[in-house]
Design a protein around this ligand. Sequence first.
Ligand code: PLP
Length: 383
Amino acid sequence: MRAYLDHSATTPMAPEALAAMRPHLEARFGNASSPHAWGREARAALEEARGVLARAVGARDPQTLVFVSGGTEADNLAVKGAARAGRGRHLVVSAIEHHAVLEAAAVLEAEGFAVARVRPEADGRLDPAAVEAHLRPETVLVALMLANNETGVLQPVAEVAARCRARGVPVHADCVQALGKVPVDVGALGVDLAAFSAHKVYGPKGIGALYVRPGTPMEALLHGGFQERSRRAGTENVAGAVGFARAAEAAVAALADDAPRMAALRDRLEQAILGAVPGVWVNAPPAPRAPHITNLAFEGVPAEALLIALDLEGVAASAGAACSSGSLEPSHVLQAMGLSPERCAASVRFSLGRGTTAAEIEYAITTVARCTERLREALPAPV
Ligand code: PLP
């Protein structure tokens, strides 16, 4: 038996997305910027994909979506692009953002920008008033995510966007972990920029999109061609865009069924582990969370040791950021929530997906209980 509980790191491809991509890797291989028939065919597929994706994320005008290489590029383009195009030299980011946002902000800091990093409350949720308190006349951007990738905690993006709009400050929302898990509508959120990634919603790796509300100042990061209306130079990844659009469309259509099912399985996992294993905490309740993530701390058990033990028994989970599961860095998200270093070091994220079964969850429960007990026996007691 095996149980893949690391869907926040990446998801398997939806068969319909793979099937939709295939022709664009084979016979319909044209360059979407070529004026001839092959190119026009590719262009038509690209624009159709843009339209499908726009509907999936609530963007009224498909041209507000810029195809990029993934969530990391979307975040970098949003943060660096909007900050460098703005009139001031100050930005506000939440301290629990993905590294793609935090590191982009750090690069700007080295360029002379002032960066305010807002910590969440103890339950992992940002206080909109605390974000607003950091705004200055020269603030060029506020960046906060919709669903946190480590805890799943949903952030008050619409409330923050409303406060920022009243002050004329653009807002970027990283929606990478939210799409397909909770309703995402960029119009209703009222944000100016929003990042998406295909491989988190059963699409291919290497493609994502940035929503850019018309009129939002933004400098390009890549230069060399006029693709994506000069917002992102480089030959378009038509097959990727087609697969992304199909996957996102399917994920959004299935959300009403998938979300409660995943939440029920996640809750079963959480409750059963809490019941079976002494010294376990859930990192983040009672804040509202995306349905697919739980983050648990196992007292006295180093996360790395537990992850290795689980891996040996066929259970995949992770510690720390979604994209750096191999890193031993303590989670900046849990640290920002004020958790002790010991608890951070003992925390593991389990993330479910559309294909997760009840049998996998039962297997994970017994395996976690067994591995935790074994490790506690084997490890020296903390001094
Ligand atoms: N933003 C969040 C919240 C993420 O979880 C991730 C990946 O884990 C990214 C951005 C980066 O996305 P990508 O892997 O497509 O570069």
